[in-house]
Design a protein around this ligand. Structure first.
Ligand SMILES: CC(C)(COP(=O)(O)OP(=O)(O)OC[C@H]1O[C@@H](n2cnc3c(N)ncnc32)[C@H](O)[C@@H]1OP(=O)(O)O)[C@@H](O)C(=O)NCCC(=O)NCCS
Length: 191
């Protein structure tokens, strides 16, 4: 009898300087440490940061990720520095269901002491490649604060196109912000 192939979601996705690996329950502590080390740098852009106040909150996040992944709603990966094996951030595709829409929302964050090394770009590129080639997506999109220059630069480097601006789309740190819409179609994607 042929050996059963491991589900794709449980495999690592390799890169040169980073790799993506599935998150597991033991990641709650290192994930919390990464958030804690970068709290000020993250909270301006990411609404969930104040809610990640203890390792237990990361444990709850990991349980949600597991449930969403098993329902096919998201594909969330630990971003690991290849040289050291340190978990330096998270790369994710959300809003995957319903399947017939064949699109996903890209998100990425990197701990502050590992920024500007190309890690977000490489990690997101690996996941976009996976999205188009393995998950069968037609479109990957992202929403971003117009003042988030590093985030916008990552999207540009990946070939995303600017598609427009949503006014007062999100409230973060008590303030309404616009969101820029960026998108990448499978037909735009060239390696
Ligand atoms: C956005 C983020 C993921 C980038 O991570 P990173 O690993 O530093 O990204 P990379 O090194 O791959 O690329 C960053 C690019 O932005 C540039 N950059 C960094 N800060 C910048 C700034 N203030 N203004 C303009 N460009 C900037 C870097 O120079 C680099 O571009 P380059 O390669 O042309 O030199 C990281 O800053 C982060 O975690 N931010 C908080 C979460 C977030 O905003 N996520 C994006 C939403 S999808």
């Amino acid at each position: 009898m042929p050996e059963r192939e491991e589900p794709v979601a449980s495999k690592e996705l390799p890169g040169k300087r980073v790799r993506l690996r599935p998150l597991r329950a033991e990641d709650a502590e290192p994930l919390f440490e990464a958030v804690e080390s970068s709290r000020e740098a993250l909270k301006r852009w990411l609404a969930w940061v104040p809610g990640a106040a203890a390792a237990a909150d990361e444990a709850a996040f990991l349980r949600r990720v597991d449930e969403e992944d098993s329902r096919g709603e998201s594909s969330v990966w630990g971003l690991v520095e290849a040289r050291t094996g340190v978990l330096v951030g998270v790369v994710s595709l959300g809003s995957l269901a319903p399947a017939e829409r064949a699109r996903g929302r890209l998100g990425v964050w990197v701990r502050a002491d590992r920024r500007s090394r190309g890690y977000a770009t490489e990690g997101a590129r690996i996941l976009v490649e996976h999205a188009f080639r393995k998950l069968g997506l037609h479109r990957v999109f992202s929403r971003i604060d117009p003042t988030n220059r590093a985030g916008r630069r990552v999207l540009r480097k990946l070939g995303f196109r600017y598609e427009g601006r949503l006014r007062d789309d999100w409230k973060i740190n008590g303030r309404w912000i616009d969101h820029e819409c960026w998108g990448l179609l499978k037909t735009d994607w060239k390696k």
